[in-house]
Design a protein around this ligand. Structure first.
Ligand code: GYE
Length: 308
């Protein structure tokens, strides 16, 4: 580190005190989220930061309360994984007034004032939706009746995976979405919604597109309970590539998962380090993480190398 930046780092953190970083997580809804939380905690520890952690139990209201309390505590940097896209301006305005820089992690926010946060780091969830649709178009040769299990309403990955998927199937008129409902990114809710969809649409359903693996795994048990064979009678494609999805693929119950890497802690803490060093200006406003696609047929070869 060049001398001038380490000087600034000490400035920004009041002498030699351990930097205090707040992390406001969405909740603990699924495997992906837990891997994400662990990654951030580990990276903060690796940097020697004092991490204060709060999670919103899937409610924006709780996240807003946590934000305001961290602002009052005067932490050095706030990292926010925003459950939904909108409604953050007031809270972020207060952080700004108090001189606390904010890193937006994982999910995006919508604001007219881009100065309310320093940088955004997360997965390219729009491209993930496109990749799911491209894979499906290949698999079904462009003809399929699809039910979609969406993530929680208003969340950037929900909106992006919804749009990315549709923007690709637009070119495949034989692919039709016959139902689309939120399973809140949860396994139990994915199962519940799938049970209802199976009752309503029965054998008409040829494909499940789930915005995450946990909901797909819930859907798989609903499909089995209905006496059908997942991945054979109904094609299933989802997003995240968590270990449980690899297990399901190896068991022949899930056809494909589009990766969404939750191990974002190191990138987040590198950004925090730059901010503390007075180098916030050197950060890109937006960093998107690249992901791959895994099919059932390859799952065996990759499962042991998966880190989450
Ligand atoms: O896919 C899902 C989680 O925001 C990209 O949120 C993330 C998504 C992830 O609850 O499993």
């Amino acid at each position: 580190i060049p001398a001038c930046s380490s000087e600034k780092a000490t400035d920004a953190t009041d002498g030699n005190k351990t930097p205090v970083i707040a992390f406001v997580q969405t909740g603990a809804d699924n495997d992906w989220r837990n891997a994400h939380t662990e990654s951030v905690k580990q990276a903060a520890a690796d940097h020697g930061y004092d991490l204060r952690f709060a999670e919103g139990q899937s409610k924006q209201e709780n996240q807003l309360k946590a934000l305001s309390s961290f602002v009052n505590q005067g932490v050095d940097v706030i990292v926010l994984a925003p459950i939904v896209e909108t409604g953050w301006d007031n809270a972020l305005e207060k952080a700004k007034q108090r001189g606390i820089p904010v890193v937006i992690l994982d999910r995006q926010i919508k604001t007219d004032d881009e100065s309310l946060y320093v940088t955004y780091i997360g997965a390219d969830t729009y491209t993930e939706g496109q990749k799911a649709a491209q894979w499906l178009a290949g698999k079904t040769e462009g003809t399929a009746k699809v039910v979609e299990l969406q993530g929680n309403p208003g969340a950037s990955p929900t909106i992006n995976r919804f749009n990315g998927f549709r923007d690709v199937i637009e070119d495949h008129p034989g692919i039709e979405i016959i139902a689309s409902q939120s399973g809140e990114f949860r396994r139990s809710k994915g199962k519940e919604v799938m049970e209802a969809l199976l009752k309503k649409h029965g054998k008409e359903i040829e494909v499940v597109y789930a915005h995450n693996d946990d909901m797909a795994i819930g859907a798989i048990s609903a499909i089995e309970d209905a006496g059908l064979k997942p991945a054979e009678d109904i094609i299933i494609v989802s997003v995240d590539a968590v270990r449980a999805a690899f297990d399901a693929m190896v068991a022949g119950k899930l056809n494909c998962t589009v990766e969404c890497n939750p191990l974002q802690g190191p990138l987040a803490m590198e950004a925090v380090a730059k901010i503390l060093a007075g180098e916030a200006d050197s950060l890109d406003k937006k960093t998107l993480i690249e992901d791959t696609v895994f099919e059932m047929e390859q799952a065996k070869d990759f499962i042991d190398s998966r880190k989450y």
